[in-house]
Structure formats: C-alpha cells, structure tokens
Design a protein around this ligand. Structure first.
Ligand SMILES: [Zn+2]
Length: 254
C-alpha cells in the first residue's frame, strides 16, 4: 500500500515505542520539547530507532521552547542554554500564555513569551503558540511581530478572523469531533493555513477518556483529515495535499 505521508504538526513523544509507531505508520512527527531533558530523550530515541533498522531516518523534526506553565523556571528547564538549543530547532514553541491551566505569574509568562518571540525573529524561525484564555493579550503582542505562526489546539470562539489576518496557521486535532468552537473555526480557515496534530498520546487519552493504542495514530489522523475535508467540502486527497504542502512549507523543506 502506498500511503501518503502525514505530518503530525504538534506532538509529544515520551517513549521509543511511540516514536517507532509514528515512523512505522508513515507519520512524520513534529516533536515538541519543553526542556533540555526532553530534547535528550528525543535524541536517544532517534539513535535507538535508527540503530536497529536498515532504513535510515530521514530527519527528525522538533520544536523547542519554554511552555507558559514553566515560564518562571527557564533556568531549571534549559540551564543557560535556552538560546543555543532553540536556535537549532525547526520551530520555536510551544510558547505563549495561559490563564486557565496554570498559576504561573503573568509577568513571568509575558517576559518568557516575548523573549522567545525575539529569538524566533533573530533566527528566523516559525513559532507554535499556546493561547489558552489569553487570546486577546497574545493577539496584541503578536501584532508587533512579522513571523510565521502556528496556533496549536485553538478552541476559543473569538479572534479567529483576527489571527487569520495576522497570517497565522492552525493545528487541528481530534477535538474537531467534540468541540463546536473548533468546527466553527475550521469553516473560517483558508485551506493553506490548516495543519493536523494529535498533541501526543497523553492528550488523546485525556480527550477520549480512555487508553490510546499508538498503532491507531494513523487512523486517528486520517479521521481528522476526513472531517476537515467534509467541513471544507473538498476531497480527502486534496485536503491531504494541502496539509502536506503547508507542513513542508513551515518546515522550510522546499
Ligand atoms: Zn502540546
């Protein structure tokens, strides 16, 4: 079977088993690292994976950045090497602000966010954004930046048009099946701004409230693509082609 490549444009991978499941199903993950240790485990998985296979791993793509939850402990997460580490990453993130799931002081969140955006500008990298309940503030901050931007798991019923006008892309995952705001957002998105994501096995287990078998990653992403195609009234193949092109453009693969 000649399956098309799918990019999971925002995920977290904690085990070699899941890492293998991705490549075995022709899914290219964009692996998010929120710390130096997570980056090390990614490199270890890559080495273990390519060590016992005949086919070489094309390339491992990853994003790196200080998560808003950890905005007050950059030193603990990255040591003094934050800039050195993120300048080698494909994308910077997830970065942003959050008023829902953490109580990290807003001054720390804003400072870490702006520092990360400045580094993205300096090294000409796209960013992945976490905007939970801070959409208006983040919109105001982003207006001053000319960057390639990806908003991850957006679920707010406001500001979608504003973020589209800023040039943002949006990663859409299985929340499309359960979240009315996500479905409405998708109706507004141009086809060349959409990407797909799982946010990792743990997020899928949280969303579906049950154990998730990583061998179902491809089925899960294909179901999301079919749903996107239905909402946008295009074929599955055309939707897949857009997702592939959008992903590779942001990864600067052209
Ligand atoms: Zn994530």
């Amino acid at each position: 079977m000649n399956k098309k490549k799918i990019y999971d444009f925002h995920t977290h991978i904690s085990s070699l088993e899941v890492f293998e499941a991705y490549y075995d199903q022709d899914i290219i993950p964009l692996i998010n690292c929120q710390s130096r240790d997570e980056f090390k485990s990614l490199m270890n998985n890559r080495e273990a994976f390519s060590g016992d296979r005949t086919r070489a791993l094309d390339k491992v793509y990853y994003s790196m950045g200080i998560h808003p939850f950890d905005a007050d402990i950059i030193g603990q997460q990255f040591g003094s090497s934050y800039e050195d580490l993120i300048k080698e990453a494909n994308l910077i993130g997830e970065i942003g602000m959050d008023a829902c799931w953490c109580d990290t002081p807003f001054e720390d969140q804003e400072r870490a966010f702006i520092m990360s955006l400045d580094l993205a500008k300096k090294y000409n990298k796209p960013v992945i954004l976490h905007t939970k309940m801070m959409e208006a503030k983040i919109y105001e901050i982003l207006r001053a930046y000319d960057l390639d931007m990806v908003i991850h798991w957006y679920s707010c019923d406001k500001y979608v048009k504003e973020f589209i006008d800023l040039g943002c892309h949006f990663t859409v995952g299985p929340a499309i099946f359960v979240d009315y705001n996500v479905r409405n957002m998708v109706k507004l998105l141009p086809l060349d701004r959409i990407l797909v994501e799982t946010d990792g096995v743990e997020a899928l287990e949280w969303l579906f409230k049950k154990k998730f078998d990583p061998r179902n990653l491809r089925n899960t992403l294909e179901a999301v693509i079919q749903e996107l195609a239905d909402i946008k009234q295009v074929s599955f193949d055309l939707m897949s082609d857009y997702l592939l092109a959008n992903s590779e453009r942001l990864l600067r693969k052209e």
